[in-house]
Design a protein. Structure first.
Length: 449
């Protein structure tokens, strides 16, 4: 059991401009790790000025033991905190009870409320805003149901200080959930149509997946060319040069799609919000449509922070595989990122330790560019195979237009001209080859071989 007050909780100085927070966590066994909750608090705009943890079974009334709640109260007073952020799923009555023991005006925020707060700050598109609203409603629904149950049982408005229950609230939440899901389904249909149009244009779709802070957006910047694709997106703030040093969680919520630079293939690379540990099912479901760009990709790059301990990497790989393999049929390439932070020999040790869950990873540093060329080669090798074709066309304006179209939609290995014909040898998706053959057959009956 530990409790501490400090200028920054995680070793950083308070800025004085942000709300001040104490972070707290209870675990059944072992030692509580407060690293992630400090990062989440910082991402939400809080200055962490103290921390507290406890190892014990959950107390039904307070989450923590009553003695630890008293210790929390004194810590809050000592560091003059505005909020207590609890890295647990705190029930509504536990929240009320703990808040009642704290100085007046100090807010109690649980892990999922904090995550929703971050998501709300980052939601800059209609889709992202709808997903945040859906998650908030799903979070509130069981609490509304609990109020209904207790109000009916005890016949007391405001039971346990939770406020007077309005019977229409529960039905109104369910109605709003239904309406939001309908609108998100319509957005998803449009996005799927856009994906198919891009495939028809010869693009392969590659998705970046992985836990937040694995360096996906920095890797995207390293792989991609100019932003030239409209995906109904939030622009990633971390696509600029300060991204790696900021080391912040959830710098964006929506998807960003960019044209990636490859030798042969035309690739669109999509980055989405990162995974995070211990998310409840209702929260994952709320952002399911964002993950469609991962589930429906031709290839997934699963990015892992190689500077983390091997056991932490293993846990994240296993959880990511469970999420991806549930609906995804595309091949998955594991990318060990941030290898610039490793000591000599450490990468080889981690490759060996994680060979069961990452049998052939590509090691890169998105920050320095090390290994990125190998990753580009791996992407092209793992994408669905292209077909090879050779067309002999009569020299004409229409034939020249077709040759230009093939250049735009595939990779031309050889192009040669004679006095009355042009020969083009190329590789492309099977659908593109079929369309090229069809176009060529319209030029001349003997125009293809």
């Amino acid at each position: 059991m530990t409790g501490s007050g400090s200028s920054g909780g995680d070793g950083t100085e308070s800025t004085g401009d942000n709300p001040r927070a104490v972070v707290a966590k209870r675990v059944d066994a072992g030692e509580a790790d407060l690293t992630e909750i400090r990062q989440l608090a910082a991402a939400a705009g809080y200055d962490v000025v103290g921390e507290l943890s406890q190892t014990r079974t959950e107390d039904a009334a307070f989450m923590f033991g009553e003695g630890k709640v008293a210790e929390l109260r004194e810590l809050v007073r000592e560091v003059d905190a505005d909020a207590v952020i609890v890295d647990n799923d705190v029930g509504p009555y536990q929240t009320f009870n703990v808040g009642g023991e704290l100085p007046e005006g100090v807010e109690v925020i649980d892990r999922f409320t904090l995550i929703l707060e971050i998501f709300g700050q980052r939601a800059n598109t209609r889709k992202a805003q709808l997903q945040v609203e859906l998650a908030q409603l799903r979070y509130e629904l069981p609490r509304a149901e609990a109020k209904a149950s207790l109000a009916k049982r005890d016949e007391r408005p405001g039971f346990m200080g939770l406020g007077e229950y309005d019977e229409s609230v529960e039905q109104d939440i369910k109605r709003q959930i239904s309406e939001i899901r309908d609108e998100l389904d319509a957005i998803a249909d449009k996005e799927q149509s856009r994906r198919e149009q891009r495939r028809d244009s010869g693009f392969d779709l590659v998705a970046l997946a992985g836990y937040t802070n694995a360096g996906k957006s920095t890797l995207m910047r390293r792989l991609a060319a100019e932003i030239d694709v409209d995906e109904n997106v939030d622009r990633h703030p971390d696509l600029d040069a300060t991204a790696e040093s900021q080391d912040m969680l959830f710098t964006t919520l929506g998807t960003t799609t960019r044209r990636a630079e490859m030798e042969k293939r035309d690739v669109l690379l999509t980055d989405t919000v990162g995974f995070i540990a211990d998310l409840p099912h209702w929260l994952v479901e709320s952002f399911e449509s964002t993950l469609d760009s991962v589930y429906r990709a031709d290839l997934v790059l699963l990015v892992v922070d190689a500077s983390e301990p091997a056991e932490s990497m293993r846990e994240k790989l296993v959880t990511s595989h469970d999420t991806l393999y549930e609906r995804n049929e595309a091949p998955i390439v594991t990318v060990f990122n941030k290898v610039d932070r490793l000591e000599p020999g450490e990468l080889a040790d981690k490759r060996a330790a994680l060979s069961g869950v990452a049998p052939d990873p590509v090691a890169v540093s998105a920050k320095t560019g090390a290994g990125v060329a190998e990753l580009r080669d791996r992407v092209e090798a793992e994408l669905p195979e292209w077909e090879r074709e050779r067309l002999v066309l009569p020299v004409s304006d229409d034939a020249m237009s077709l040759v230009s179209w093939i250049h735009d939609h595939g990779y031309v290995d050889e192009e040669s001209y004679a006095s009355d014909q042009v020969t083009v040898e190329f590789e492309a998706k099977p659908s593109i080859v079929a369309r090229a053959r069809s176009k060529a057959s319209g030029l001349a009956p003997a125009g293809s071989t």
